[in-house]
Design a binder for this molecule. Structure first.
Ligand code: GTP
Ligand code: MG
Length: 354
């Protein structure tokens, strides 16, 4: 999955990126441009247990393509800043990073954090970018739909659709909350509107900041989390014993960072299924609501094309049984057809014929 970190300048995106990626921290030169890294989801518990069960030759955990974008300019500033709409085709989902810490190490127009305000302004800013994109498209289509070309009828239809989108964006309605027909949804898919994508809100706090009322932060978010990014990243660099001591001293009962990828995945509308065997244990991701054929297509187009049936067992059932043979004996392994809706944690074996 391709995920982009967006937010105002200095919100803590790069610190988060480094924490998720692990390894060395970014150099100053690196920080001014977009960085992309594949973050491997090593702590996927189900994956680790399946790997242990099968001891396969090859392990294929899930990888996220994480994009650390430069910061957006604060609202109403004359500064140049990053425009996420430039990269709307590059990522499938956005993590909106909002600052809830104060630091002298960065120049902020307002030193004291205000997560509620920043969240509101960031959402507004992203909706404006969509509005600008829709406006440009409406202008173009208005001209081209006047020309008597074979594409004219099609362009008129597109113009009507884009005008409808534009009008609702003007009222600050995100594209994903608009009531669109299936056909209209397909018609705008190619535009990659930012507000059509899943959004995950991540409020980055300092060591001593209190968790804000996340639910009270306004925006069309599929998930929300508060993370003391810097503190947790530092704690995770310690060995387990030291970490436990520090956590106790600091009064931190649990860490958020180790489970963040899990929360991101489900928050961004994805679920995981697994393929297992002595040669490979592999984690796959697919959009929630996808059927067995779509899941098969994630593995290989041939599997979708020649799909016959899927042999399915739930992760819990397999683990409880101990191995596949026992699960079969217990009757928890099912044969499912094309329309089967894949569930999070399913273990699939696709029968196909091409
Ligand atoms: N105290 C504290 N400082 C932090 C935290 N996260 C980031 N910072 C500091 O805030 C400054 C900005 O952090 P970055 O992660 O570089 O922010 P950014 O969003 O990547 O910034 P741009 O890429 O310039 O938009 C740096 O000096 C960080 O060290 C945090 O959780 N606590
Ligand atoms: Mg940065």
């Amino acid at each position: 999955m391709r995920v982009g970190l967006v937010g105002f300048k200095g919100a803590g995106k790069s610190v988060l990126f480094d924490a998720l990626r692990g390894g060395p921290h970014a150099s100053a030169a690196e920080l001014v441009s977009t960085r992309v890294a594949t973050v491997v989801h090593e702590r996927d518990e189900r994956f680790l247990i399946l790997a242990d069960m099968y001891q396969p030759k090859k392990l294929s955990p899930l990888g996220f393509d994480l994009h650390d974008f430069p910061g957006m300019a604060p609202p109403r500033s004359t500064e140049a800043g990053f425009k996420p709409s430039q990269v709307r085709d590059e990522v499938q989902a956005l993590v909106l990073v909002v600052r809830d810490f104060a630091t002298d190490a960065y120049f902020y127009p307002r030193v004291e954090p205000d997560a509620a305000k920043d969240t509101k302004e960031l959402v507004a800013e992203l909706l404006i970018e969509d509005l600008e994109a829709a406006n440009r498209r409406v202008e173009k289509l208005t001209i081209s739909a006047q020309r008597p070309t074979p594409k004219r009828e099609d362009e008129k239809r597109q113009l009507a659709l884009m005008t409808k989108i534009r009008d609702q964006l003007e009222q600050e309605i995100p594209v994903k909350e608009m009531e669109l027909s299936r056909e209209e949804e397909v018609g705008i898919r190619g535009f990659g509107f930012l507000s059509a994508k899943p959004w995950f809100l991540l409020v980055s706090g300092s060591d001593d900041s209190e968790e804000p009322d996340l639910a009270g932060l306004a925006g069309p978010f599929e998930g929300r989390v508060f993370l003391r990014t810097k503190l947790e990243a530092e704690l995770l660099e310690l060995d387990e014993e030291e970490r436990a001591e520090f956590m106790e001293d600091l009064g931190v009962p649990d860490l958020v960072l180790p489970g963040l990828l899990d929360r991101l995945l489900s928050g961004l509308g994805m679920l995981r299924f697994y393929t297992v065997g002595p040669t490979e244990v592999h984690v796959w991701e697919v959009e929630r609501g996808a059927n067995a054929v779509a899941a098969a297509g994630k593995i290989h187009t041939d599997l979708a094309r020649g799909f016959i049936r899927a042999e399915v067992v739930a992760y819990d059932d397999l683990v409880q049984a101990g191995d596949m043979r026992a699960a079969k004996a217990a009757g928890t392994v099912r044969l499912e057809g094309k329309d089967y809706i894949v569930k999070d944690g399913d273990i699939l074996d696709i029968r196909f014929n091409v």
